[in-house]
Design a protein. Structure first.
Length: 61
């Protein structure tokens, strides 16, 4: 059992589910970008806040 790849897939599933739930509940849409080569991700809030777009988080998994 390769726990490292399991962990990566679990993180992807959780983030995808979170983005879907947030969008359905009326929140601004989220865009989740995955970089499998570097094992990192970025969650972008696709709404506008003032005149700029602000990324929410960037983490490694």
């Amino acid at each position: 059992m390769d726990t490292r790849s399991d962990h990566s897939e679990t993180v992807k599933k959780i983030l995808a589910d979170f983005a879907e739930i947030r969008t359905r509940s009326g929140g601004s849409p989220l865009k989740i970008l995955f970089d499998d080569e570097r094992k990192s991700y970025m969650v972008l809030n696709m709404g506008w806040r003032g005149k700029q777009i602000h990324p929410q988080r960037h983490r490694s998994y």
